[in-house]
Write a protein that binds this ligand. Sequence first.
Ligand SMILES: [Zn+2]
Length: 349
Amino acid sequence: MEVRNPGFFETPSFWVTEYGEVLEALRARPKGSCETAGTSAGGREIGCIAYGEFEEVKRTATFSSAIGAGYPPAFFGETRRRKPVLAIVSSIHGSEVEGCATLMNFIHVIETGRDLRGRPWSNLQRLASQMRIVMVPLAQPDGRVRCGITNLVGGDIDDVYYYGQGVTRAGEILRWPECKRRHPVAAEEMAFLGGYYNDDGVNIQHEDFFSPTLAPETRSLLDLVRREVPDCVLSLHSCGAGPFFIAPDNLIAQSYQYLQLQLATIVAARHRMAGLRPNDSPRTGPVGGFHFQTAVHYASGALPLLFEFPHGLRGKPYTLDEILDTGLTMLEEVIGFGTAWGYLPPEMR
Ligand SMILES: [Zn+2]
């Protein structure tokens, strides 16, 4: 693997994204319940931490059957839980670590009221205490370890593709979205398999979700949402054009799509007010696209959200401080929305 810029491998102490330091930090949190979500294709532990009491949902039917019955409580439970449940999954693309850095700071906010820079976030801490929050900061550790970078600040799109999609044996950088024409990517055809994929070349975002041979990361994350039945699942990614939510997802009910758009608008307004330069062009997913967040929705009934952080490339620069502020303000809005209104459409409650 090439060091295209030494700065991609250096970071201040508040920017925690290395596999080993993330696991260690999760285990050291006294107030959270640290668990293992599963094991990656390369045999790496997938760390998970939860805050707030687990409340079991007593259901009598699958999501599909409950919807068919016109009676969502058959799936969501007759009695409402005391607190909404939010699950946050970051870095299923292992080179997109900005969400991981944000979650490690958010965990510190929950524990102490301050982020790892020492800045107070008392409102965010207060809001978070009103929910159960389950976090998987590095959901695909194989790609994270392989790509090695801690950030892409000051880079260009070739850097994104080099560390993300990788380089073929012919010396060509795989580019997005052409990289998606192969799934899984054959590791033996690559000079460097980027962080987008697990050790078997699988992109978790685009699995064959109905196959019995799911990647262990995908299996673990779907099992997690089945267990938790979250009201909302937030999947954290990064690209050169962030920040924005990809919304709406066209293969879920319209009432969920409205909520996706509402949250995207609210967070963009917050980012605009804070000078964090949201991407204002419409960012919908491809028509007919059934992705990780779609699978998560049908496995749990949750409102699925996909947020794209900025990488801070030269074409749209952000400092690491600004990227972290983008993440923490986004969380404050998403969690504030959930505590005030809930995440499920009215007909699901
Ligand atoms: Zn991604």
